[in-house]
Design a protein around this ligand. Sequence first.
Ligand code: BV8
Length: 311
Amino acid sequence: MAPTAGPPLIPPAELQSFSEHLASSKRILALLGAGLSASSGLPTFRGAGGLWRTHDATVLATPESFEQDPGLVWQFYSYRRHMALKAQPNQAHFALAALAEKMPGFMTLSQNVDGLSQRAGHARAQLQLLHGSLFDVKCTSFYCDFVEQNFADPIVPALELPIDESDLTSDEARHAMSNALNAKKQSKELDISDEKVALPELAERDLPHCPKCKEGLLRPGVVWFGEALPRKVLHTIDDFVTSSSKIDLILVIGTSARVYPAAGYVDIARAKGARVAVINTDASDAPAGGMRKGDWFFRGDAARIVPELFK
Ligand code: BV8
């Protein structure tokens, strides 16, 4: 017996009203968050898996943490670089890139640093990276302007740690991890417990250093909490939102919309006449100020819903 089809992914009336609005829209914004890449296997910012489950990403993603323990912060970013390189863009990344190609008046504001929108072929002029990229590195020396794209995995040998820590509970992974660490003669016996997984203390000399000035420590080219967003990105977005014409629609895809000033673009778009379409697995994650009449909330996996919406 053929399996009975479940309820439609998107309620037909909602899809109809959205499609009509999309077809008549000239200027559209999309605000992307980590939920967009969830189906590509990447944990969301607060959902980092494995041994990072006991660390608070919002604490690690700060200049203070890097100052205090660059080795720990580099291990966090090395794990995320590795995961992002292993991941593939999903159908939502491709659908957004296709919409950008079709619509000059479409601009994506991405909070994601995983590089998946770029790998899906999203036109760079229409992709604003609000929080930088895992694959940019820059020198921390005050007098050095070195910055480059770097996809090496790991970026230095000292960061070559078994990454599949999500199965650290298994003996073989545990032995692999401790053998690798012992081989680096840098770790005490790993104390794997539920509370905290001991991470090796990496010597600063073994962390990535600047090839230009030869002395500065390199850091990930992401925007940390307390740091300003890239000026050029802010100016490009300002030009888009302050132009006289209205904004017809803002898509809010896979984000808890709690981080500012990124989340503030929802209200800025509303003030320019935009209707809001939220795509999120969590019905409680509506933007600040909640949903208004004429908005849409499409509940579910962005990787499945976004391609449907743009059909
Ligand atoms: C700044 C890079 C000023 C690093 C990140 C008001 C105005 C201005 C600033 C502030 C303000 N209030 C507070 C601040 C300070 C702070 C801030 O916003 N704090 C928060 C915690 C309240 N903001 C800043 O510090 C910003 N800087 O304002 O500087 C300034 C000006 C001049 C001079 C000096 C300073 C900088 C913020 C940037 C921080 N960097 N990322 C890194 O990645 O390591 S933010 C990081 O967290 C992500 O980039 C993302 O933006 C954010 C949220 O991460 P997640 O929660 O994981 O992801 P997301 O929110 O996307 O949640 C996942 C969602 O997806 C959920 O809703 C889930 O339900 C959904 N989902 C899951 N699976 C799916 C799904 N949806 C669909 N499909 C699925 N399959």
